[in-house]
Every structure is written in structure tokens, then in C-alpha cells.
Design a protein around this ligand. Structure first.
Ligand SMILES: Cc1cc2nc3c(=O)[nH]c(=O)nc-3n(C[C@H](O)[C@H](O)[C@H](O)COP(=O)(O)OP(=O)(O)OC[C@H]3O[C@@H](n4cnc5c(N)ncnc54)[C@H](O)[C@@H]3O)c2cc1C
Ligand SMILES: CC(C)=CCC/C(C)=C/CC/C(C)=C/CSC[C@H](N)C(=O)O
Length: 479
């Protein structure tokens, strides 16, 4: 089709979370200044990056922590003139419903001895195991800086870590780590609690998201001063995209006559905004919101054959912010002055009604060290269900302010795990399938750059830049 040699006129991006706004940014980089980029948003720019106000200060209510080597997020913060100070967490305890099975000490050497005593060399081996996976994961930045793209999530992961990465997707983190020789005690007391705080599920989640989750045990985690959502606002501005506040209802392919003769196929996007129902035509559409049950309610009309349907669900995570004093006796501490933990992770125990509990700092001063929370502090509680009054009274001896935010937070991970397609139709690309490998801000940014590159290469027929085999080897010899 010869019309594909000309730049596209208009591109639609649906969703202004980190996926959609970074897609707008990368699309502008690739397609140049003349293309019109419209970003549709039914709620607030930022999506799952949002803050919540507690007693006059704002706290991260959704996506909060970023790894030092999340290079896209790091780049965004730099080019947007934002700052990302390191988060310093207070001491961690792991609670099994009856007692703490592990309590961190403020003395480095004591911690090492405690870890050795409880888990032998497993923590050290785990660091090396995660590092090895993360080293391979880092190849994505090299591939993307050379403009290579992938037409499926599995293809992308295979290019990073070969069959080992595909196997990670298809085994639970429990099975994966058992096969790697980690003890069941370590998996139960350390790995599962980290899965629960990060993804609201235990060690039955896939090995890839499990490894991503364990990667948060690293030091140097950071978040954006003023709130992570500032990145989305900044990217939208930098991309010179037009923000259309409205709900996209449907997408339909239409054939239209061209001024120069012949016809062209375009996508008609129908949406509701404050000024009523409208439609607009686009050459390319990027969908940057989950299409799973009850999430975005976008209908793909009159596609033959019909487009893929995603029936799996995202599960509910409730983040409750409480300004108060923790009820230390509920955690086995009769004397509150002996309690010095600022983060409590939990093991898998059906009688526990929370996944985690931790002291948080306002987004204005994320660099502040979280101290021993002897007095009142702002605590963030993650649970599956909203906390009842009785549960609140068990957790807190006194509190004066409670704010709750319910999220459909991440995919409900289960096996077998087949990631949704990236290409939904000729020029419709789907970003959020990557969340089924692992859901994180950086993953959405990677999916966004991939979709921008893929749509560009499809448009201009650069098939050699899509799904190249042995990229790691090729790039080694090229440079
Ligand atoms: C409680 C919580 C804690 C988390 N913690 C971390 C963390 O510490 N670190 C980390 O890296 N990640 C974390 N995450 C995950 C991270 O927040 C997400 O992976 C990421 O923000 C997803 O971004 P996205 O742009 O892909 O999707 P979203 O942010 O969900 O953006 C999609 C956007 O599309 C809009 N939309 C939906 N349907 C339509 C429609 N029909 N028309 C128009 N607009 C539509 C939505 O309103 C939304 O704004 C956390 C998530 C939650 C919920
Ligand atoms: C993409 C890679 C390699 C790493 C990203 C690691 C990362 C930051 C994962 C985020 C995990 C996640 C969804 C955490 C949610 S809870 C975070 C925090 N503990 C909190 O209390 O808010």
C-alpha cells in the first residue's frame, strides 16, 4: 500500500497513565513534529499513579517505588526536570499471624548474622539469582536504543532471556525457586511476603513477575518528588499531544476516499466527553489501558474476524492510609516502646486480613528517612478488602484520619500464562498485555516504546526492525 510511505496524519492513544503518556512521548520522537497525537483519558492523567491527601500532605496511593535501573523512568525524570530522591524505608518485620518470623535490626552485622541463622545462604544466592535475571532484562534498553521492536510479549522476553525467560512465565515463583534450590522456609517467609506486598498474591504468581517483585529488595529505590504522576503530566506536555478528556466507547475500521484518489483505511474512535458524543478518524491507535473485564469497556465494532477478547481479571487491592498509632499488642508487643518496625510484611495465612502495613512519607519529602514510628505516623495498609472498624481497632490503638483507595491494581496472575497480543489489528496496538508478564511503571514504559517503534516500522515497512532473532549476539558484534 503506497499510502503507507507518507507520514500518518493522526494517531490516537487511549489512556493517560504512564503507558499512554510515554507512548505519546516516544511516538513524537519517532514520527516527528507534524503528526497529530490525541491522548484520550476518561479519568485523571496518571491513571494508577495518583496521590492521596492525608492531613494536608500528599502520599503515593498507587504506583510508588522505582528501581535505580528502571532506565526509562530515570530518563523521563531527567528530561522533564523532575527529581527522584531515594526512598529510605524503616526496619522491616515479617509477621505470620502469630509472631514475627524475622525482624530487621538497625545493626548491619546483626542483620547478616540473623539472615544466615534463619535462611543460610539463601538471601545471598537470591540476590545473585535476581541480579542475573535483571542483567538479561537490561538488554531491552540496548535493543530499544537501536530501534528494534517486538510483535509479541513472549518474543520480547525471549529476546532478553531466551527459553529461560519463557519458562519463568510458565512456572510459579515457588516452583522456579524450589527448582533453583531455595528452601521452602525461605520461600514461605521471605519470597511470598514480598509477592503479597507488591502484587497482593502469594508465591503462586509466575516466575517472571516474581523475579521483578524480588528486585524491589534492592537498595536505592526511589520515587518522584511531588508525586510519580508528575511524569505523566510532563510527558504529555513534552510530546505536544492533545489531551482529550472523555471515555472512548468504541473503535471501528472505516474506508474513506482519499483526496488524491483511491481509498484509505482509518479507525473511527467514538468517545463521550463533557460536550457530548463525538467521533474522530485515526491512522494508528495505541491502547494503553487494560482491556480486561470491567476495565475500559471499549467495543471493537464490526471487525471480521472479531478482535481478541480478554476475560481474565485484575484483582482488587485496597490501600488504606491511617494517621495514628499502631496497636503493637496485636503484633505481640506488650510494651509499645519496644516496637521499632516501620514495615510489616505478612506470610500466607488465611487468618490474616492484611497483606502489609508500613509507614509512608509524603511525596514532597520522599528522601526523609522513616524513623521508628513510636508516635503517630501515616501508615499505608494493603488488603484485599476494605478494613472494617473492628479490624482498624485491632491494627491501631488510636487514629484520627483514615483515607481509602480501592484499585483494580494488577492482573490476577495464574498459570498457564499466555500474554495478550500486542497487535490487535493492522494498526491497533495494545500495550497492557505486558502486565501479564509483570506489572510496573517501567514495564508500561517499555511496552510504550515498543509499540511506538513497532507502529513506526509497520507504517514504513521496516520489517527488518521487528522480531529480529539473536539480537544480543548481533548487537555485540555490531559495536
Ligand atoms: C496500589 C498500587 C501500587 C503499585 N505500586 C507500584 C510500584 O511501587 N512500582 C511500580 O513500578 N508499579 C506499581 N504499581 C503498578 C503501576 O502503577 C502500573 O503498572 C502502571 O501505573 C500502569 O500504567 P498504565 O498506564 O499502563 O495503566 P493505567 O495507569 O491504568 O492507565 C490507563 C488509563 O486509561 C484510562 N482509561 C481506561 N479506559 C478508558 C477509556 N475507555 N477511555 C479513555 N480512557 C480510559 C484510565 O482512566 C487510566 O488513566 C502499583 C499499582 C497499584 C494500583
Ligand atoms: C521492571 C523492573 C525490572 C523492575 C520494577 C520493579 C518494581 C519497582 C516493581 C513494582 C512492584 C509493585 C507493583 C509494587 C507495589 S507495592 C510497592 C510498595 N511496596 C508500596 O508499599 O507501595
Amino acid at each position: 500500500a503506497s499510502e503507507l510511505r507518507y507520514p500518518p496524519g493522526k494517531i490516537a492513544v487511549i489512556g493517560a497513565g504512564i503507558g499512554g503518556t510515554s507512548a505519546a512521548y516516544f511516538l513524537r520522537q519517532k514520527f516527528g513534529k507534524d503528526v497529530q497525537i490525541d491522548v484520550f483519558e476518561k479519568g485523571t492523567v496518571g491513571g494508577r499513579l495518583a496521590t492521596i491527601n492525608v492531613e494536608g500532605k500528599n502520599y503515593e496511593a498507587g504506583g510508588s517505588i522505582i528501581r535505580p535501573l528502571n532506565l526509562h523512568m530515570k530518563h523521563f525524570v531527567k528530561v522533564l526536570g523532575l527529581s527522584g530522591p531515594e526512598n529510605r524505608n524503616g526496619l522491616l518485620g515479617i509477621y505470620n499471624g502469630d509472631e514475627f518470623v524475622f525482624e530487621e535490626s538497625s545493626w548491619y552485622i546483626i542483620n547478616i548474622l540473623k539472615l544466615l541463622w534463619h535462611y543460610g545462604f539463601s538471601p545471598l544466592r537470591m540476590n545473585m539469582w535476581v541480579e542475573d535475571i535483571m542483567d538479561k532484562f537490561m538488554r531491552i534498553y540496548r535493543y530499544q536504543s537501536h530501534d528494534y521492536s517486538f510483535s509479541s510479549i513472549e518474543g520480547l522476553l525471549h529476546a532478553l532471556g531466551g527459553n529461560d525467560f519463557i519458562q519463568l512465565l510458565n512456572r510459579t515463583i515457588n516452583e522456579t525457586m524450589q527448582k533453583a534450590g531455595f528452601s521452602q522456609k525461605f520461600i514461605y517467609e521471605v519470597v511470598a511476603p514480598a509477592m503479597r506486598v507488591n502484587y497482593g498474591q502469594g508465591a503462586n504468581i509466575n516466575g517472571f513477575v516474581g523475579a521483578v517483585s524480588m528486585a524491589t529488595a534492592d537498595s536505592g529505590l526511589w520515587s518522584v518528588k511531588g508525586g510519580n504522576k508528575l511524569v505523566c503530566n510532563g510527558l504529555l506536555y513534552a510530546s505536544k499531544a492533545q489531551l482529550l478528556s472523555g471515555t472512548v466507547l468504541s473503535i471501528e475500521e472505516k474506508t474513506r476516499p482519499k483526496r488524491t484518489g483511491g481509498t484509505v483505511k482509518l479507525y473511527e474512535v467514538s468517545y463521550n466527553s463533557a460536550s457530548g458524543s463525538t467521533t474522530d478518524m485515526y491512522d494508528i491507535v495505541l491502547i494503553a489501558t487494560p482491556l480486561n473485564r470491567n476495565m475500559s469497556n471499549i467495543t471493537f465494532r464490526n471487525f471480521n474476524p472479531p478482535l481478541a477478547q480478554f476475560s481474565d481479571h485484575y484483582h482488587q487491592t485496597v490501600a488504606t492510609f491511617v494517621h495514628g498509632r499502631i496497636n503493637t499488642s496485636s503484633f505481640g508487643y506488650k510494651d509499645p516502646s519496644h516496637f521499632y518496625l516501620a514495615s510489616i510484611f505478612t506470610t500466607e495465612n488465611p487468618k490474616l486480613f492484611i497483606n502489609s502495613l508500613g509507614v509512608v512519607s509524603p511525596v514532597q519529602n520522599t528522601h526523609e528517612e522513616v524513623r521508628q514510628p513510636m508516635g503517630p505516623a501515616v501508615w499505608k495498609v494493603f488488603s484485599k478488602e476494605p478494613l472494617t472498624k473492628e479490624q482498624m481497632n485491632l491494627l491501631f490503638s488510636s487514629y484520627d484520619s483514615v483515607k481509602e483507595k480501592k484499585w483494580l491494581a494488577y492482573p490476577h496472575y495464574s498459570l498457564p500464562n499466555k500474554c495478550p497480543p500486542i497487535i490487535l489489528h493492522d494498526r491497533i496496538y495494545y500495550l497492557n498485555g505486558i502486565e501479564w508478564a509483570a506489572s510496573a511503571m517501567e514495564m508500561s514504559a517499555i511496552a510504550a516504546k515498543n509499540a511506538a517503534l513497532l507502529s513506526y516500522h509497520h507504517w514504513y515497512g521496516n520489517i527488518d526492525m521487528i522480531d529480529q532473532e539473536d539480537l544480543n549476539e548481533k548487537l555485540k558484534t555490531e559495536l
